[in-house]
Ligand binder design. Structure first.
Ligand code: ATP
Ligand code: MG
Length: 552
């Protein structure tokens, strides 16, 4: 059961071996819960459309501002051209665009009034002075730039409100198409199955239908609902478009975790990384139609950072795999600078934050640098062919991108304005400013600033810094041993993979039910991801599902 926005709950059963379904409430409690959920859903929808309205209003205002800036800038060279020919005639009269705004103009409510294009034209009376015009235009342009920044802040505030309204844990489902090799890798268990062909279908963009059949038993159809369903024909770009808004929130100080979950061969690595990323680093420039979420996210993060270089961002990256319940640092090098796959431990800092001891964190300046590191790490990741999937990931891959930057001007104080939605509908609070990191200080775990929940209200001053974490996780797939045909050490791997995925499902179930005890420590994976899974970050799970009968 996964919590949705406004307390609504959704049954999510992922097909993974012998995983047990989550507990159901009694019929009376269930119908009462359903009523409450419906009411909350209606409230959220009203709030959502209200926020959208505001968002559009500010977008329109921003567009107007921009066009006025462009008009003013285009006029500036004309004024300068006029300089040699005109006589300077200073007057003590304030030019019309610096006069105080009319209190009734629509824009007066939100800040200083803009000079309109027609006003600017009027500002150049016959015989007016060139230098005066140039100076005025310069000041006017400065005012417009400030106003533009203000509109941008407002747009970002609304953006984060919208993201919050959609809930802090979201589960999407992607159906991968039936591929030619689906019939080649048939394990011993599947030979008795009389059925082949598609068994999972997207009914609409929120529902899938799964045909469950077992030899000798009648066919049962089951439907499952998700926040969003991607059919087999939907592109990598379509999946990324739903991830993109979370990256804006990451830059605003929120922790974000995007995790691909699903059975073996269902397309998790394809969705997260794209095809064969360890061979081609899949650099996020150029027309790469199949790029996965990770390279696209790297490109988008650096694109967004370049829009606001004054925040002096520092980005670093670490890559680990959780293999057989051990955490291995895939960027570690030994004393001869040779990659060494060092084992690490999860530690709890004095502030209660989970960190990995001695983890290598490389500073990166661009998406290309980031993806080059990821590609190198992927070459070390444990993989093995099984009867189901020739290129099966045998470990959980976690890429952590940490951003330290001057706080964006979209402060938490802005979130508290009158237009914010009610507190109970808000999601996580962005992190409090991090104490400044010494320039050039070694990027070790101990240099990470404390995680301080709920203390950020109004404390994100312009001089402060925010620290946020983006975790991109490609999980190993759940599998049925009878079908994948693994033996020996691969069998142990499979059993540990299935156990850690069951532990992950238990944690998500406990979180969604608001239980007092969340069993994070039941596996290394959940212990390591505790910060990302807790209530202080956005979690998006693009669960994947094969649409053929092979992995049923
Ligand atoms: N949407 C898709 N379109 C085309 N091919 C896909 C798609 N999704 C997955 N594939 C292909 O299906 C195969 C299995 O995908 P992938 O390796 O991503 O599975 P996986 O879920 O990571 O499996 P495992 O858990 O065993 O690692 C790959 O050859 C991949 O290229
Ligand atoms: Mg994989």
């Amino acid at each position: 059961m996964i919590k949705k926005s406004g307390g609504e709950t959704t049954q999510v059963h992922v097909q993974c071996g012998d995983q047990k379904p989550l507990q159901r409430p009694g019929p009376l409690a269930a119908s009462r819960l359903r009523l409450v959920a419906q009411r909350l859903k209606r409230d959220v929808e009203v709030l959502h459309s209200w926020s959208l309205g505001l968002f559009r209003r500010y977008q329109d205002a921003q567009r107007d501002c921009l066009s006025e800036i462009v008009t003013a800038v285009q006029r500036a060279p004309l004024c300068h051209e006029a300089l040699p020919r005109k006589t300077v005639a200073l007057t003590d009269k304030e030019p019309v665009w610096f006069q105080s705004p009319s209190p009734l103009t629509p824009r007066a409510e939100a800040g200083p009034r803009w000079p309109s294009a027609s006003t600017l034209r009027r500002c150049r009376p016959e015989g007016a002075a060139g230098p005066l015009e140039a100076g005025c235009l310069e000041r006017s342009l400065q005012e417009m730039t400030e106003r533009y920044q203000q509109e941008r802040r407002e747009r970002r505030r609304l953006h984060n409100t919208l993201v919050e309204l959609r809930g802090s844990i979201r589960v999407h489902c992607r159906l991968r198409p039936v591929l030619p090799f689906d019939d080649e890798f048939r394990g011993p268990g599947s030979q008795n199955s009389p059925v082949s062909g598609a068994v999972a279908h997207a009914l609409d963009d929120e529902t899938i239908l799964v045909e469950c059949s077992r030899p000798g038993r009648p066919l049962i159809n089951k439907t499952y609902t998700f926040e969003r369903v991607y059919g087999p024909a939907e592109s990598q770009r379509a999946v990324f478009e739903d991830v993109c808004p979370l990256l804006t929130s990451f830059l605003d100080g929120y922790d974000v975790c995007i995790m691909a979950y699903g059975q073996t061969g269902s397309g998790k690595s394809f969705t997260m990384l794209g095809p064969r990323p360890e061979q081609d680093p899949a650099l996020p420039s150029g027309p790469h139609g199949h790029l996965g979420i990770i390279p696209r996210a790297a490109g988008e993060v650096f694109r967004l950072l370049a829009e606001n270089p004054s925040r002096r961002p520092e980005v670093d990256v670490s890559v680990v795999e959780v293999y057989n319940n051990d955490i291995c640092d895939l960027l570690a090098k030994d004393s001869c600078a040779v990659v060494s796959r060092a084992k690490c431990q999860v530690l709890t800092t004095t502030e209660g934050r989970k960190e990995v001891s001695g983890l290598t964190r490389e500073s990166v300046q661009s998406a290309v640098e980031l993806m080059t590191l990821v590609a190198a790490a992927l070459r070390l990741r444990t993989k093995q062919a099984t009867a189901v999937h020739a290129d099966s990931s045998r470990s959980h891959l976690v890429i952590t991108v940490t951003l330290t930057a001057a706080a964006s001007s979209c402060s938490t104080a802005d979130r508290q304005s009158d237009q914010s939605p009610p507190a109970e509908l808000r999601g996580p609070t962005p992190r409090r400013p991090a104490p400044g990191r010494r320039p050039g200080a070694a990027r070790t775990v101990s240099s990470v600033s404390p995680r301080t929940r709920g203390l950020g209200q109004g404390s994100q001053g312009p001089g402060g810094q925010v620290l946020s974490k983006l975790q991109l996780v490609d999980l190993a797939g759940s599998e049925c041993v009878g079908v994948s045909g693994v033996t020996g050490s691969a069998l142990r791997e499979t059993s540990l993979i299935n156990r850690s995925l069951a532990a992950l499902a238990d944690v998500l179930g406990a979180l969604s039910e608001g239980r007092g005890h969340i069993p994070y420590r039941n596996s290394t994976l959940t212990h390591f991801l505790q910060d990302a899974l807790g209530g202080d970050s956005w979690l998006l799970v693009p669960g994947t599902q094969v649409s053929s009968s092979k992995c049923r």
